[in-house]
Design a protein around this ligand. Structure first.
Ligand SMILES: Cc1ncc(COP(=O)(O)O)c(C=O)c1O
Length: 377
């Protein structure tokens, strides 16, 4: 039995953003929600809480401890839940709280376009200066360009996405160490979003940023929200390097109070009891990437897709198709919704992001719709 086997009739009952934004004839492969049933142990945890009427405020440290256990088992990373981890609200709001603590209005914050759109908003929407150091053409970090920017623009923080959304790049230990060293040298606070950490293809090693030399003062934000499809339950974690524990005293006063009690229970259950499940997700997603690559090669040969090992997202270059706005074209003429590239970076208008956390049948239908929308143009 595969995890990504839900059919359209079932999925169209959902009330979430992915399924409610477009008309019912549109296939939605856009926002990062997964077309999966809830993991059984998470459901059991929540049902037990409902039975107890246990809907108050969160207590205790079982969510941070569940993360520390997973980090030790998955990445051989010994992180001390008591001193290095605190609960937060969702991941983006936790990042916002860190930015509030380590920068002032007007300060520069570095991002690497193309990147998850709220990364642009947490800087420019909150009176900080957005400083872009684009990924290289093959989707990698560019330490030389980062150094040049750190020295000329003197940013205060660097918001790194690891693994990278939308390209699926998994940064290497060497790249992360180079970045951490630069941050130390130029006094830039390294803030790493690792919400996609557990979503890597089999055989790929994810390296937690806080494990590389030089990252002792870095901050990482995560949750089980992406990998276990729990975005509806708001609960993030602040994880700090061993020399950054003072950050907890500098966070805004309510930074650790917006965790939902049910959410913390759901995320902790996923981290503790959903490890085999996530391995199967990784294997199925790797197959979906190959499926997409094959379908595009035969049905939409102008669309270029480089398979990368992180996330369940595919970043597809549609430049050769000669469309004004590819995502708009595929929506209007193909009735299939992808995320438009320009949301991720102004240089990427010709790209679309495809969400592969769905069934092979839906992926196949989506590419067939792309192909038919291009016929007779
Ligand atoms: C890199 C990244 N960070 C954060 C989020 C959102 O997390 P949250 O809903 O916990 O704010 C997403 C969602 O897709 C994401 O891709």
């Amino acid at each position: 039995m595969t995890i990504f086997s839900l059919g359209l009739d079932e999925l169209r009952q959902r009330r979430s953003l992915k399924w409610q934004t477009f008309d019912p004839d549109v296939l939605p492969l856009w926002v990062a929600e997964m077309d999966v049933a809830m993991l059984a142990p998470v459901r059991e945890e929540l049902e037990a809480a409902f039975d107890r009427g246990d809907t108050g405020y969160p207590a205790g440290t079982s969510y941070p401890e569940a993360f520390a256990d997973l980090a030790a088992a998955s990445w051989d990373w010994q992180v001390d839940a008591a001193t290095q981890i605190r609960r937060g609200g969702d991941v983006m709001n936790s990042i916002l709280c860190v930015i509030e603590a380590v920068t002032d209005p007007g300060d520069g914050i570095v991002i690497n376009t193309p990147v998850y759109p709220p990364f642009h908003q947490v800087a420019s929407g909150y009176r900080r200066r957005l400083v872009d150091v684009p990924l290289t053409a093959d989707g990698r970090l560019d330490p030389a360009a980062l150094e040049e920017t750190f020295s000329s623009q003197r940013p205060k923080a660097y918001l790194l996405c690891s693994p990278h959304n939308p390209t699926g790049t998994v940064h290497t230990a060497e790249e992360l160490a180079a970045v951490a060293a630069l941050c130390e040298r130029y006094g830039v606070t390294l803030i790493v979003d690792e919400i996609h950490a557990c979503l890597v293809d089999p055989g790929t090693t994810f390296v937690p940023a806080l494990t590389v030399p030089g990252a002792e003062r870095a901050v990482m934000i995560t949750s089980a929200g992406k990998a276990w499809n729990l975005a509806g339950f708001k609960a993030g974690l602040y994880v700090v390097g061993p020399e950054a524990t003072d950050l907890f005293d500098r966070l805004p006063p309510l930074a650790s109070q917006s965790t939902g009690h049910l959410a913390a229970m759901a995320h902790a259950a996923a981290l503790r009891l959903g490890r085999e499940w996530i391995d199967q997700v990784g294997a199925e997603i790797a197959d979906h990437k190959e499926l997409l690559a094959g379908l595009l090669a035969s049905l939409v040969p102008g669309a270029e897709y480089v398979v990368r090992p992180g996330t369940y997202l595919a970043w597809v270059d549609c430049t050769a198709l000669g469309l004004d706005e590819p995502a708009r074209h595929f929506l209007d003429s193909g009735r299939v919704a992808f995320s438009p590239g320009h949301n991720f970076g102004s240089e990427h208008r010709q790209w679309v992001r495809v969400n592969l956390a769905t069934s092979p049948a839906i992926i196949t239908q989506a590419v067939e719709r792309m192909a038919s929308s291009l016929r007779g143009r």
